[in-house]
Design a protein around this ligand. Structure first.
Ligand code: NI
Length: 227
């Protein structure tokens, strides 16, 4: 399931993040790539443990916490610190699947990457190319969103970033270990949650149908979650 979330961050947060990123040092993105991805990866990143990455990462995490759609789609158990990348002209990231297990920096604690997310930080009119292409069983989906918008997709999917041919594409990306690791189960819970929200707009909260559907949602989540 691919879910886009418009305006995850406010225009003020976006402007602040862009201003901080203007004046920061970027390093070769290959430092965090595994042995297959390193051969197809060509971009720049903020050093993960830099003060800037940590400060801006907190802004992203706060925005995620106030997004009911992100919570419903990702069902987050733990989120790795958001990272920041940049593709200048000629930079690209060929087809790959993100590593399945990552260590939480500074702790050695391991997280399973169930859900991948990209927050777009550059207006699409400011660059050409740089589409995030996500492959699933229905085909290839090309994603290029307005600045401040987020895309959430299963970490199991093959994906790539097409070469930037004009301008510079900045973004934040991060992984979530979900309470429900199976994408199909998460998709069903997300669809059910969306439907319950629509039903509650039409019916009273103590209506038997609303109570029953809500109970069913929670019993499915209880059955499928590993927390
Ligand atoms: Ni990736």
């Amino acid at each position: 399931m691919i879910v886009t979330i418009p305006d995850l961050i406010t225009p003020e947060e976006l402007a602040y993040m862009r201003q901080v990123l203007e004046g920061t040092e970027w390093v070769d993105g290959r430092v965090t790539a595994g042995s297959q991805a390193v051969k197809v990866k060509n971009n720049l990143q903020l050093p993960i443990e830099s003060q800037t990455a940590q400060e801006l990462g907190q802004i992203v995490l706060r925005a995620l916490a106030r997004s009911p759609v992100f919570t419903s789609a990702a069902l987050p158990l733990r989120i790795l610190p958001p990272m920041f990348n940049r593709y200048d002209v000629g930079m690209t990231f060929g087809a790959h699947v993100d590593g399945s297990i990552r260590a939480l920096p500074g702790t050695g604690q391991r997280l399973r990457t169930d859900v991948s997310s990209t927050l777009f930080l550059t207006p699409p009119e400011d660059y050409d190319g740089g589409e995030l292409v996500i492959h699933d069983t229905y085909g290839a989906h090309s994603v290029k969103l307005p600045a401040g918008h987020l895309v959430v997709y299963p970490a199991t999917s093959m994906h790539s970033v097409t070469p930037v041919t004009r301008g510079s594409r900045w973004g934040s990306f991060f992984w979530t270990q979900s309470m429900v690791k199976d994408d199909w189960q998460r998709t069903m819970l997300y669809d059910l949650d969306r439907s319950i929200i629509r039903v509650r707009e039409e019916m009273e909260d103590d209506d038997e149908a609303v109570v029953g559907l809500t109970a069913h949602y929670h019993n499915l989540l209880r059955h499928w979650s590993d927390v």
